[in-house]
Design a protein around this ligand. Structure first.
Ligand code: PEP
Ligand code: MG
Length: 328
């Protein structure tokens, strides 16, 4: 099968009936960009910028950040790279970052992390925004914010980046030809305010790792809980269905960048809900592309619709039976 997946590399990610599904990869280090060519992906759907911060002994300076972003953009060529602003804090605490002598957090995953921290420590965010804007000069910059919990947080982050962009323009520096802004949906509360948020977004990216942890109140790193709840549980699938419908109404492109999308049956379910962009681990691109190329998306979508309407509880079994019958 390995050889089979390798042969997939140069084939388009298109369903049997001609629907295009963008297959992107999750990355975080400079060398990860090489995976794009190795597996034949459409771009980087999640660049975890905090990796550079985590592997450094000291806070990476703006110039150093900028060099990394530029190298990644160069390696990606004309394929898009979606940079996620730092998701640090919580369990990804940086030893060199002063936390005002605070206590260790009891619940770091729900703590002062990601955008919460970045908006409070806006010097960090401003430097990163500058680094991204300058690295993407003359190109399209895709930037998304992690752990958005309320629309104002997104708004504030976007305004901060826009101010940096305006400042660069005033300095007569070259800026990106366009900046596309996105939010990650990984805090369930955000799903209740999509009517407010979506009109302000260029794209939405669902982070199913954190999202499912918060939906089920189950620590994503807890070994005893790893297999307890199914990504294809009715709660998750219904939840995602509502989010995808809302994005369709507001005509906002929606992707999934959590690990869920890298598993073939889960990816099939997502495509059946209408998702057309997956960002997954490079090793999953071959198997997921093989699935995409063997599925009829029209049949899949109507099957998923019926499944959800019929109140079937075991989505995993029903979907895998359907796939076997259809020869997917
Ligand atoms: C997620 O939460 O699903 C996600 C993609 O981000 P991370 O795994 O980096 O938290
Ligand atoms: Mg996350």
């Amino acid at each position: 099968r390995r050889a089979e997946f390798a042969a997939m590399r140069d084939l388009p990610s298109v369903t049997k009936d001609g629907a295009r599904v963008e297959l992107m990869v999750n990355a975080g280090l400079r060398d990860d960009a090489q995976a794009l060519d190795m597996v034949g992906a459409d771009g980087i759907g999640l660049f975890r910028t905090e990796f550079q911060f985590l592997v450094s002994a000291t806070l990476p300076q703006r110039e150093k950040q900028q060099r990394l972003y530029k190298d990644v953009l160069d390696a990606a060529g004309d394929r898009p790279v979606i940079f996620r602003t730092v998701d640090i804090g919580g369990d990804k605490a940086l030893p060199y970052m002063q936390r005002d002598g605070e206590e260790l957090e009891d619940n770091p995953a729900m703590g002062w992390r990601a955008l919460r921290l970045a908006l409070d420590r806006d010097g960090l965010m401003k430097a990163q925004a500058r680094a991204l804007l300058e690295a993407a000069a003359g190109k399209v910059l895709h930037i998304m914010f992690p752990m958005v919990s309320e629309p104002w947080e997104y708004e504030q982050a976007r305004t901060l980046v826009e101010h940096q962009r305006e400042w660069l323009v005033k300095q007569r520096k070259k800026v990106p030809i366009a900046v596309k802004y996105g939010a990650m949906l990984e805090v369930p509360a955000l799903a209740e305010v999509l009517d407010i948020l979506l009109p302000r977004l260029d794209f939405l990216s669902i982070g199913t790792n954190d999202l499912t942890q918060f939906l089920f109140a189950a620590d994503r790193a807890h070994p005893r809980l790893a297999e307890r709840y199914d990504w294809l549980s009715i709660a998750i699938v219904r939840f995602l269905d509502r989010v995808v419908r809302a994005c369709e109404v507001h005509k906002v492109p929606v992707g999934v960048c959590g690990e869920m999308g890298g598993r073939t049956l889960e990816a099939m379910a997502l495509i059946g809900l209408g998702v057309r962009r997956l960002s997954i681990t490079p090793a999953s691109v071959g198997p997921v592309k093989a699935m995409i190329r063997s599925v009829d998306v029209t049949a899949l979508q109507s099957f998923m619709r019926d499944l959800l309407d019929s109140g079937v509880v075991d989505i995993r079994s029903s979907l895998s039976r359907w796939a076997a019958d259809e020869g997917v």
